[in-house]
Design a protein around this ligand. Structure first.
Ligand code: EPZ
Length: 427
């Protein structure tokens, strides 16, 4: 498979970078289009990512017409006819986020059969909160030979308190509740910007969702929903990844159209380190001189806490800042694998269960490294930007799930980076 080769340099990244629509917004938005029994939905600013192709196939598998115009970065979906009820193993196995079609299919058809998502490298990732919420709305759920089957003539509004503010469970339950009878209250709901983006789209479709972005979301069920047009919100994690790239190379980079309140925890940590963060008309400018940066302690938390999806990238920054930094990962139980790989690049760290201590400041050395998951891939490439010599990153199928033209955008900012075609096996 392809490989990315980064040649480390002392050159700071400079210039401006455009950011795509958010992967973690467009996937639930695509699932939400299933709810529209009339009209068509058009999503714009859609990122061209492998996960989007996968979710498009999941929706197509429901006999729904899906057209992805990559030129225009838009997807047009017509779910107005009779739709299927099954999301097959081959797609759910490729992408666990497919589980968010469960609620919409069940709400639309009264029956849904969705493959159980497997775990993944960063954690076991159960779906108990999804299922408990649907059962509270009256669904009868069985799990047999790797599939979840859910039945409910008509879902009933319920008062649900989630043990953990799960993003996916909040999305599944919000969508199911749109067509339930009566009112649903979701307490301890996830508050991520992608939840707000989903609520905006659902309300455009005729739903009555209130409180998205807070810990209590109220949904008044309606009879049916119709297709709508919606622009996918910007990807705050891609934006954050380039902010970290600018900071760790001592650069000066404008992240176009970046949204301050979507990245507040990251921005405040960068400022605490001594990175200059400027809000400008065109976006957010990141300026830094690495030698002046101070080590910090970070704990990942559900939004509005520091995002777990920025954890790996941020540890790459910590590794170039002189002194001892601490990263505590509270959201996933196994999300430090990138640090194991970075050891090969002379990054000194100790991992004690949910805590990583990073002894930053020594020179990083280029090496051949393996990417284990999406954000780890980005982190290894960022480390390669400042390492002595060449860093070779393989298994780019992880990277391609969440970043569009990542190496081209970095090259445009002055990085010495290229992507070479490899054999067909994903090594
Ligand atoms: C979403 O995953 C994102 N994916 C993840 O981004 C992100 O890391 C995560 O939210 C947290 O912000 C998409 O939006 C497609 P969760 P999701 O349910 O919904 C536990 C990336 O890199 N949990 O909030 O699966 C779970 O085990 C990806 O872009 C339960 O225990 O996350 C985990 O420890 C990675 N039971 C924690 O909650 C449940 O029923 C957070 O999971 C559900 C979740």
């Amino acid at each position: 498979m392809d490989q990315i080769i980064v040649t480390g340099s002392k050159n700071p990244l400079q210039g401006k970078v455009a950011i795509e629509g958010a992967k973690n917004a467009v996937l639930p938005l695509l699932a939400a289009t299933i709810l529209a029994s009339e009209g068509t939905s058009t999503l714009t600013n859609v990122p061209i990512l492998s996960d989007v192709f996968t979710m498009n196939n999941v929706v197509r598998g429901l006999d729904i017409d899906v057209t992805f115009d990559e030129e225009e970065k838009q997807v047009i979906i017509d779910a107005s006819g009779q739709i299927g009820s099954q999301a097959p193993y081959k797609y759910v196995n490729q992408m666990r986020a497919s589980i968010v079609v469960l609620g919409p299919i069940l709400a639309r058809n009264g029956y849904a059969k969705v493959s159980m998502p497997g775990g993944c490298t960063i954690g076991s990732r159960p779906i108990d909160l999804h299922l408990q919420g649907l059962e509270a709305m009256g669904a009868r759920i069985t799990q047999r030979s790797g599939y979840i089957e859910a039945h409910a003539e008509k879902l009933k509004g319920a008062h649900i308190f989630m043990d953990f503010p799960s993003v996916g469970a909040t999305q599944n339950l919000m969508m199911a509740a749109c067509l339930a009878e009566g009112k649903t209250v979701i307490e301890n709901a996830a508050r991520e910007p992608e939840i707000v983006d989903l609520a905006i789209f659902l309300n455009k479709m005729g739903a009555k969702v209130r409180g998205a972005g807070t810990e209590t979301i109220t949904i008044q069920g309606v009879e049916h929903l119709k297709g709508a047009v919606h622009q996918v919100v910007q990807d705050r994690i891609e934006a954050g990844t380039f902010m970290v790239a600018a900071a760790m190379t001592g650069g000066d980079v404008l992240i176009q159209d970046a949204i301050w309140e979507h990245n507040r925890p990251l921005l405040s940590k960068l400022q605490e380190m001594g990175v200059e963060v400027l809000e400008e008309d065109e976006g957010i400018r990141i300026r830094s001189t690495v030698t002046d940066l101070k080590p910090v302690s970070v704990t990942t938390l559900p939004h509005p806490g520091f995002p777990t999806d920025m954890q790996a990238q941020f540890t790459a920054l910590m590794s170039v800042v002189k002194g001892q930094s601490t990263m505590v990962e509270t959201v996933f139980e196994n999300r430090f694998q990138h640090l194991e790989e970075m050891r090969r690049m002379n990054v000194h760290s100790e991992i004690l269960r949910d805590t990583a201590i990073i002894h930053g400041g020594q020179a990083l050395e280029g090496a051949q490294v393996m990417s284990t998951d999406l954000r780890a891939s980005a982190a290894l490439i960022l480390a390669g930007l400042v390492a002595e010599g060449q860093t070779i990153v393989g298994k780019l199928s992880h990277l391609d799930r969440g970043y569009y033209k990542f190496h081209e955008k970095l090259a445009q900012l002055g990085a010495r980076i290229e992507r070479i075609k490899g054999e067909d096996s994903d090594v």
